[in-house]
Ligand binder design. Sequence first.
Ligand SMILES: NC(=O)c1ccc[n+]([C@@H]2O[C@H](COP(=O)([O-])OP(=O)(O)OC[C@H]3O[C@@H](n4cnc5c(N)ncnc54)[C@H](OP(=O)(O)O)[C@@H]3O)[C@@H](O)[C@H]2O)c1
Length: 283
Amino acid sequence: MEIKGTTKVTGVFGYPVSHSLSPVFQNSAFKYLGLDYVYIPFEVKPQDLKEAVKAIKIFHWIGVNVTIPHKKQVIKYLDELDENSKILKVVNTIHNTDGKLKGYTTDGEGFLRSLKEDGKFKPEGKNVFILGAGGSSYAICGALINEKVNSIFITNRTLENAKKLKKNLVEKLKFKNIEIIEFEKRNDKKIWQNIDLLINTTSVGMKENDPLLIEKENIEMVKFVYDIVYNRKTELLKTAENLKIPYLDGISMLVYQGAISFEIWTGKKAPVDIMKKALYEKI
Ligand SMILES: NC(=O)c1ccc[n+]([C@@H]2O[C@H](COP(=O)([O-])OP(=O)(O)OC[C@H]3O[C@@H](n4cnc5c(N)ncnc54)[C@H](OP(=O)(O)O)[C@@H]3O)[C@@H](O)[C@H]2O)c1
């Protein structure tokens, strides 16, 4: 890759950020299409976020992705938000057009494209159980509701955060078929009889000794398992595999959410297969 005076800069703001896999597949996509763009990881501490966002304008960068822990906090520094970001109050992509910064959230749409294209799973009319009520859960719930799922069950370690998520979905998306399951009651057998899709949106599974949050007998009842953790094969996915239940890991979502960011920045269709290949070669 040749960096020139004309090279357009994109990247990711996160803390920590050194583990990010986005540079691998974004730069491979730029190279494949012969685009004069580069993608750089930027380590931004929470107290420096405001200044970092100013830098996007000062240096005329095309835009950046925003990851943990900035997805919610960054909103107050932007000029405009797309509809989903307004509703879900999270941003993972910033686009700079002539000094105006617009925030988007591509996690939900990336999750959906991955579920439908790689998982061959159609969420319409399905009953979904979601572990977690953090930023990615907001985006995924929003996307599933737009896709007309039948019902959503949410459990979260901190009950209050699950309640906030439910309130947001009921008020903003007018979706009423949401039930909060207390974290301690998440393995109650009666909940699991009609669940089609189980999604882990928590960070549990990222570390080697992380527990399996749902009992095997319950996982056995579901038709599809999705774990958005992407750094390793989690206990949840190993269990799904042993039970011969179709599943996807977070790599697929990572590529699709990145592909949508790529399309926002370049206006070109992302070469998804090239991006996936680069990522799988890396890991
Ligand atoms: N594949 C992809 O493209 C993609 C995209 C985005 C995120 N991710 C992954 O998704 C995960 C969550 O990201 P996020 O942005 O949603 O983070 P977040 O906003 O910080 O939310 C974290 C969630 O995990 C829960 N949690 C954390 N530690 C827990 C524990 N020990 N036991 C039970 N629950 C726990 C939190 O519960 P509390 O409310 O109780 O704190 C919260 O619901 C991360 O692993 C991230 O890498 C993947």
